[in-house]
Write a protein that binds this ligand. Structure first.
Ligand SMILES: [Zn+2]
Ligand SMILES: [Zn+2]
Length: 243
């Protein structure tokens, strides 16, 4: 066992004695539990109104009140809305990547802080919900990574919201990486990739689907589609950020 694993087992409290709190982006000293210094936090790109009520895509221009973007109207998603307060740029994108691909597991904390802001949104607060459902990873991908980023984040925000995490979905088809595909190719790639474990667990439930990033929306759309098909009353989506 490597020394870092021993230290991880010894607990993060112990680790924090060895590594005093600092900004994970620039290394500046911070207070305990703060992972982004004030200067770096200022660079974070927040989503400000006006934005699409359904997909949160910001709109450059003057629109009074609520609107739904042309794409959402065309597509007719199975989720009511995809809520996030941040664009996946700069520090936010950097932390998501380091968390997912470089195993910088401690970055789950600032990511959960950002994701939790979505819970304050009127689109989430206006109607109660029963459970958080993480977007699942395929078992092969899970073995490779050791954790499902969506599930880790769902657990952290579920604790704050006092609602359970429901692992209602499983990924039954291994899908190649989606990053180079356009939206239509992604939808094709994802067809029948997800299954609901027990329909009775989601029937008539109001669910919050959790993923790290909303990019084209095809992953959460496919998850929402099977959840609704299994009888879920509603599906709303929260993510750390939006592509
Ligand atoms: Zn910083
Ligand atoms: Zn939209």
């Amino acid at each position: 066992m490597k020394i870092v694993d021993v230290l991880r087992l010894a607990g993060e409290g112990f680790l924090s004695l060895l590594y005093p709190p600092h900004c994970a982006a620039c290394g500046a000293d911070t207070e305990a539990g703060v992972y982004v210094c004030a200067a770096c936090a200022e660079q974070v790109k927040r989503i400000e109104a006006p934005f699409c009520r359904q997909c949160s895509q910001p709109f450059d221009g003057a629109i009074e009140g609520e609107f739904t973007c042309f794409q959402c109207k065309e597509r007719g998603y199975h989720f009511d809305c995809a809520v996030t307060r941040f664009m996946s740029r700069g520090v936010v994108r950097d932390y998501i990547h380091r968390f997912k691909y470089d195993r910088q597991y401690y970055l789950r904390h600032p990511l959960a802080d950002w994701m939790a802001e979505a819970l304050d949104d009127e689109r989430i607060r206006s109607q109660p919900f029963d459970a958080f459902v993480p977007v699942p990873l395929h078992p092969a991908r899970y073995r490779e990574r050791d954790f499902n980023q969506a599930e880790v984040l769902a657990k952290l925000i579920a604790k704050r919201a006092g609602r359970p995490v429901l692992k209602a979905l499983k990924r039954v088809r291994y899908t190649s990486t989606q990053t180079k595909l356009d939206r239509e190719e992604r939808m094709e790639n994802l067809r029948n990739a997800f299954r609901v474990r027990h329909a009775s667990a989601v029937q008539s439930r109001h669910l919050i689907l959790v993923d790290d990033v909303f990019t084209t929306g095809s992953t959460v759309e496919e998850c929402a589609r099977v959840l609704r098909q299994a009888g879920a009353a509603s599906v709303r989506v929260v993510t750390v950020a939006r592509g």
